[in-house]
Design a protein around this ligand. Sequence first.
Ligand code: AMP
Ligand code: ZN
Length: 118
Amino acid sequence: MDNCIFCKIVAKQIPASVLYEDDDLLAFKDINPAAPVHFLIIPKKHLASLADAKPEDAVLLGKMLELAPKLAAEHGCAYVEDADGNKSGGFKTVVNTGPNGGQVVYHLHMHVLGGAKL
Ligand code: AMP
Ligand code: ZN
């Protein structure tokens, strides 16, 4: 998509601090972090928002959700439950959709935030 900042990051036309890349997904640090750990997971395919996802995008959406805990753990935000059932760590996932959802960039992205109690 022309003039989509995240498509330009996918195309390496503008720089980003990339944490993960495969054929379908890209993850990079948020330029204006709202937590000690804050990165975005995006599909390489341009989808304007979650509301634009079609049934055929279900696997892609699943891949985004599956990647979140793996990358969060790699960046110090693992969710852990010990043998006694004590829970620690973890992270927050957020997908803003449309003006009322606070969406600013209209290329689907999932925020992953952690490193503090949010
Ligand atoms: P939103 O659309 O409100 O879910 O948020 C868009 C997010 O993208 C914000 O947290 C921005 O800080 C982030 N952002 C915007 N431009 C860039 C960029 N070039 N590189 C990394 N993050 C960005
Ligand atoms: Zn795009």
